[in-house]
Design a protein around this ligand. Sequence first.
Ligand code: SAM
Ligand code: SF4
Length: 449
Amino acid sequence: MKNGSVYIETYGCQMNFADTEIVLGVLKKQGYTVVQNPEDADIILLNTCSIRDNAEQRIYGRLGNLKNLKTKKPELVLGILGCMAERLRKDLIEEKKIVDVVVGPDEYRRLPEYIDVAFNGDKGIGVKLSRTETYDDIEPHREDGLSAWISVMRGCDKFCTFCVVPFTRGRERSRSLNSIVKEIDELSSRGFKEVTLLGQNVNSYRDGENDFADLLAAAAKVDPSMRIRFTTSHPQDLSDKLLYTIAEHQSICNYIHLPVQSGSNRILELMNRTYTIEHYLNLIEKAKKIIPGVSFSTDIIAGFPTESWEDHFATLEVMRQVRYDGAYMFKYSPREGTKAYKMGDDVPEEVKTKRLQEIIDLQQQISYEINQNLIGKEEIVLIEGFSRKSDEFLSGRTDTNKVTIIPSQADIKPGDYVRVKINKATSATLFGEYISHIIFEKSSVVLSA
Ligand code: SAM
Ligand code: SF4
């Protein structure tokens, strides 16, 4: 097999970023070197996202730029990985003739073979979806750092009517609990301080008798000084056992990303979300009781087919009731092949824009109010490094994932946990002053230095 230098760009969700680390793991094992500049590469790969039309358009735009490089260097191999490879293989190979390799999310193990096919002048195409592939035994290529992602399950069986994921990423399957725990242990030895367990429906994880709560508990036991985060949870699978597990372990962050999508039962049914808004709100109430101080974020879609103003107001009402710390907010984007595609796209663009803006404005107001209420309170912050704006300040995150800025001082390093008193806040950032260091003992007891 031939090898060379590879440059990769990643688009879309955290799972794609975790997949890129798997792809680089596979390629490095074959002797490929990773370069940081497309001009230096023999192979350029784009790991792509199909979730909304604008994600795909962005990648088509990028392919347009890369065409110039390929014209200058015809032996350059250009590849598309990920969800677009699955959805648009024909268009990419036949219409956009500059693409040489098209490999979907379940075929990364064979990527070196497909690249070889391209080096030999043919098209390397691997888009089969698998019922079993979890890349359990592949060591992802990770730079040293504080924070790591681990995909613990792949695919999705929920078939929300608006979503391409079940078609581009195939059926649900989980990695073994033991291999995940081993990986967390290795990350702990390398000095990582935070892992995020990833899955499209991370809480439907299952390995034999073990469910997601068991996985979280096992992950939390590895190293109490490591924060455990997870995303994305589906409301249908948020069990009481899971809530109690989060409450019992100090290192599992009190933060749940729980997409609601809409506040209207009529729309939720059309979306095939499988819960009512009453069920969802009950879950939130239950979680708030079981996990003191828990916070939530969500995903919301504005302008789903047939959405009326009344439906939209129901979404705003749910936002006021739950008071999310943050939200990812989107205009509905019709995706060919999904059930919702056949429902038409009857909410006019300007109405979608107005509704989305109202949702964003309300969320900003709520985030601002929640953060103002933290002034005068203490938070434990994991320090990540200097703030983006100045070396005079350090930046880190709270347990509930809020960026927090404090003045720099020589005895605070990246990876330290510090107690911070909050003295100022915007809708997106907290500002505070250092109080003391926190040291986590193996016994899980928290000591102040
Ligand atoms: N599995 C997660 C869940 O159940 O919510 C999220 C997966 S998806 C990558 C992230 C978000 O993209 C969804 O929660 C949804 O809000 C949004 N999304 C998916 N399809 C969409 C579409 N066709 N138009 C607009 N937003 C969409
Ligand atoms: Fe898409 Fe729904 Fe699966 Fe999330 S749960 S990935 S929104 S089909």
